[in-house]
Design a protein around this ligand. Structure first.
Ligand code: ZN
Length: 278
C-alpha cells in the first residue's frame, strides 16, 4: 500500500520545505500539505517553486488540508474561507493535487437535521467555487463529542446527501475509534466515497475523552488497525495510507527523525496487516 505523510505529524518541528525534502529522502509516496504551512512557505517561495519541486520529485501531493470549521460561519467568515479555497485551488491545480479536506464546525448545539442541511449547503457552495476543475472535497469527521459530525455514519449521510462525485470523505482511524463509530458503517462505506485514509493509533483512554494529543505511532496503541485495514482492503481500497499524528512529544524530535520514524512504524504496521500487499 502506498504511503503518505500528513504534515500535522511535524506541526511544531518542521516547515513545508523540510517536510518535502525529508519525505522525498525517506521514500514517502505522497504528502498531505497543511494550509498553515503552505501559507508560511509562500511568504518566501512561489507556487512555481512548489510546482518545480514536484515535477522533479518522486513524492507527489495527496491533499491540501484543511478548510477548518466551514459550517455555521457568519457571511464574512465564510467568504474568507472561500478565499482560502481559491488559494488552495490555484496551488492544487499548479502542483497536480486533486483533493481538499474540509472539517465541520465544533460546539454546535443544533438538531442533526439542521447540521446535516447546513453541511450539505456549504459543501455545495464550495462545489460552485471549484466548478470546471477536477478537484475533490473530502469531508473529515472528527471524533470529539462536540464536533458537529463525529461518527462515520453521520459523515456518510452528509456525503450521500450532497450526492456529487467530487464530494467524499476522509476516514481517520483515530476519529473512527474516538467516538465509537460502528463497524457496520465501515462495512457499508462505499469505496468510491473514500477519498483519504488517515492512519494513526492512540492511548487506551475512553471514547469521548480521547483528543488529538493522545495519538500514537501506528501499532503502539489500542486501535484495531489491522481489522480496519482488512475491512477496507476486502472492499477494494488500495490506499494510500497517510500517517497523521498530533503528539507534542513527537514534535520534540528532529523533523527528519520524526518523518523517518513515521515511515518505519507505518510500514511495519501495514506489513502485519497486509503481508501480501507490501
Ligand atoms: Zn485526519
Amino acid at each position: 500500500m502506498k504511503l503518505a505523510f500528513n504534515e500535522a505529524t511535524t506541526l511544531e518541528n518542521s516547515n513545508l520545505e523540510d517536510d518535502l525534502r525529508f519525505c522525498e529522502k525517506h521514500g514517502f509516496d505522497f504528502i498531505e500539505i497543511r494550509l498553515d504551512k503552505l501559507k508560511e512557505y509562500l511568504i518566501t517561495h512561489s507556487i512555481n517553486d512548489l510546482r518545480n519541486f514536484f515535477s522533479s520529485a518522486r513524492l507527489k501531493p495527496l491533499s491540501l488540508n484543511a478548510l477548518e470549521e466551514f459550517t455555521f460561519r457568519n457571511p464574512t467568515e465564510f467568504n474568507l474561507m472561500k478565499q482560502d479555497l481559491s488559494l488552495m485551488t490555484e496551488v492544487a491545480t499548479a502542483i497536480g493535487c486533486d483533493t481538499i479536506v474540509a472539517v465541520p464546525a465544533f460546539g454546535v448545539e443544533k438538531d442533526w437535521e439542521e447540521i446535516k442541511q447546513e453541511t450539505i449547503v456549504k459543501l455545495r457552495e464550495f462545489l460552485e467555487n471549484i466548478e470546471g476543475t477536477n478537484l475533490k472535497l473530502a469531508l473529515e469527521f472528527v471524533g470529539y463529542p462536540d464536533c458537529s459530525i463525529n461518527t462515520l455514519d453521520k459523515a456518510q449521510e452528509v456525503v450521500e446527501g450532497v450526492d456529487h462525485p467530487q464530494v467524499g470523505l476522509v476516514l481517520d482511524c483515530f476519529h473512527f475509534y474516538a467516538m465509537n463509530s460502528s463497524y457496520e458503517a465501515l462495512k457499508n462505506l462505499s469505496i468510491d466515497n473514500l477519498f483519504l485514509f488517515h492512519i494513526d493509533d492512540c492511548e487506551g483512554k475512553l471514547p469521548g475523552v480521547l483528543r488529538d494529543h493522545h495519538r500514537l505511532w501506528p501499532g503502539e496503541g489500542v486501535i484495531p488497525l489491522e481489522t480496519i485495514i482488512s475491512i477496507l482492503y476486502e472492499k477494494g481500497f488500495k490506499g494510500p495510507a497517510s500517517v497523521e499524528l498530533f503528539r507534542p512529544e513527537y514534535w520534540e524530535l528532529e523533523a527528519e527523525e520524526c518523518i523517518r520514524k513515521a515511515k518505519d512504524k507505518t510500514v511495519h504496521l501495514l506489513e502485519n496487516a497486509l503481508p501480501k500487499t507490501i
